[in-house]
Design a protein around this ligand. Structure first.
Ligand SMILES: [Zn+2]
Length: 458
């Protein structure tokens, strides 16, 4: 259970590293085809030698709120929506933060299984902090790029969270070395396209993953409802119009007329306006204690008590912290094992003994001079995410599935969960999802009954 109280601080970091890629080769078996079996998640019987192969290009646009496409003139996204299948109700799961949300999408499991609870986190077993760490050795579940390579699908993945510097068995054929905030979204796409064009292995690349960051940056800096954020969405529309032309060209030059190209464009979360910043150490009453570790990302705070000397002191402190947090009506706090089960957030070493979430409009920051202050005093961030999508629909975003050359026909998919993306990609590629994946793929060709049509679209 989470007790009422208020909240927040947040420091938004943009880690800037130069994106470089390495290549490796992997043995490939003949590609299988998409099994149009809508009855179950199994891909058994997917082999149909009469049909062609599938290529999936999966792009994540960071921080695209569900209403952005409806309020900005986006002719290129509109075309993909008209010809494809889409939703404006993609649920990122909890928390709606960039690192956990991307990891949930890639692995098809929740935080308690994949082990990435936050953008930055602390591991109490290792007594170690991980700040915006992009490396896959922190993953405790298998991402789709590994699932694919393990089953013979050649893969390139650039700038997807936790895809850098792959050392594990079944490493992707191409991956980056680290995130570069100085790289533009257009340059990220050019790297993908160059890789695809220059790849001359006998088996073609069939899973290609990439990332765009512009709308998220604008949403944090100017707020989700600002004209600058509309401008970022319009910029994405132009860029993706160009990108679609380029991927069709690459697809046609590498693949045969029997083959199919799927483009998936999804987001990791939406964005809410911010009006206050809160300091976690002050609202939890632990400022100055060096045996208490606090970690925050967005509106989510973790308080670790593993360094506290005695069990007795830990119990006493825990009650004090909960009481302190309970006095703020914008913060909600609970012990790790009391968190809502649907969050799937009970990770034994990377989630705090106490988890604090701040209500919409509040976010954590260590820059504030008091316990909580108006954001105007600090110049931002004016937008934030991390909030529970069940209680804050601003966290929902769009997902577009587009197929070439045969269109999907303008299906509206209704609400879908990020946990469904891994099994959906697996099904399109004709492979088994990773072990532990429980959600069903999205039914791209069947509109669910009684779903409202998307009213926001132009
Ligand atoms: Zn994000």
């Amino acid at each position: 259970m989470i007790t009422g109280s208020p909240y927040h601080p947040y420091r938004f970091f943009l880690v800037v590293l130069l994106g470089v890629f390495l290549s490796a080769t992997s043995a490939c078996r003949p590609a299988s085809v998409y099994d149009v079996d809508h009855d179950g998640r199994s891909n058994e019987g997917m082999h149909d030698p009469g049909k062609g192969r599938t290529v999936v290009v999966w792009m994540s646009i960071d921080g695209m709120r569900h209403d952005y496409l409806g309020r900005v003139d986006t002719p290129n996204f509109d075309r993909l929506i008209r010809e494809g299948a889409h939703t404006l109700e993609l649920d990122p799961g909890f928390p709606s933060l960039t690192f956990p949300a991307h990891t949930t999408q890639a692995t098809g499991v929740k935080v308690e299984k994949h082990g990435v609870p936050s953008n930055s986190f602390y591991d109490s077993e290792r007594n170690r902090h991980y700040r915006f760490a992009g490396f896959p050795d922190l993953l405790q579940a298998e991402p789709i790029w590994t699932t694919a390579v393990r089953q013979g699908v050649r893969t390139a993945v650039y700038d997807w969270i936790k895809s850098y510097n792959q050392q594990q068995p079944h490493a992707a054929d191409y991956f980056g070395e680290g995130y570069s905030g100085g790289t533009t979204d257009r340059e990220r796409m050019e790297l993908i396209l160059d890789t695809w064009r220059n790849d001359d292995a006998k088996e073609p690349l069939r899973l290609i993953m990439g990332y765009s960051v512009t709308p998220d940056k604008a949403g944090h800096e100017y707020g989700p409802d600002a004209p600058e954020t509309d401008g970022a969405v319009a910029e994405m529309d132009k860029l993706y119009g160009w990108f679609v032309e380029q991927i069709i060209e690459s697809f046609e030059s590498r693949m045969s007329s029997e083959d199919e190209l799927y483009l998936i464009i999804s987001t990791d979360h939406g964005m809410s306006p911010v009006h206050h910043l809160a300091h976690i150490d002050r609202i939890s009453g632990v400022e100055g204690r060096d045996d208490v570790i606090t970690v925050t990302s967005g509106n989510i705070g973790h308080i670790f008590l593993n360094l506290v000397e005695s069990d007795e002191e830990r119990t006493r402190l825990e009650s004090e912290i909960l009481a302190s947090l309970g006095s703020y009506d914008f913060a909600r706090a609970g012990r790790r094992n009391e968190l809502p089960e649907r969050w799937g957030y009970n990770h034994p070493t990377r989630v705090g003994d106490i988890v604090v979430t701040l209500d919409t409009g509040f976010t954590f920051s260590r820059r504030v001079d008091a316990d909580v202050e108006p954001v105007e005093l600090h110049g931002g961030p004016l937008g934030m995410h991390g909030y529970d999508p069940e209680t804050n629909p601003d966290m929902l975003g769009p997902a577009i599935f587009w197929r070439y050359p045969e269109p999907l026909g303008g299906v509206y998919l209704g609400r879908i969960h990020s946990l469904q993306l891994h099994p959906t990609v697996a099904r399109i590629l004709g492979i088994e999802p990773a072990e532990g994946v429980t959600h069903e793929p999205v039914e791209l060709e069947n509109s669910p009954p009684d779903e409202p049509s998307p009213q926001q679209l132009r």
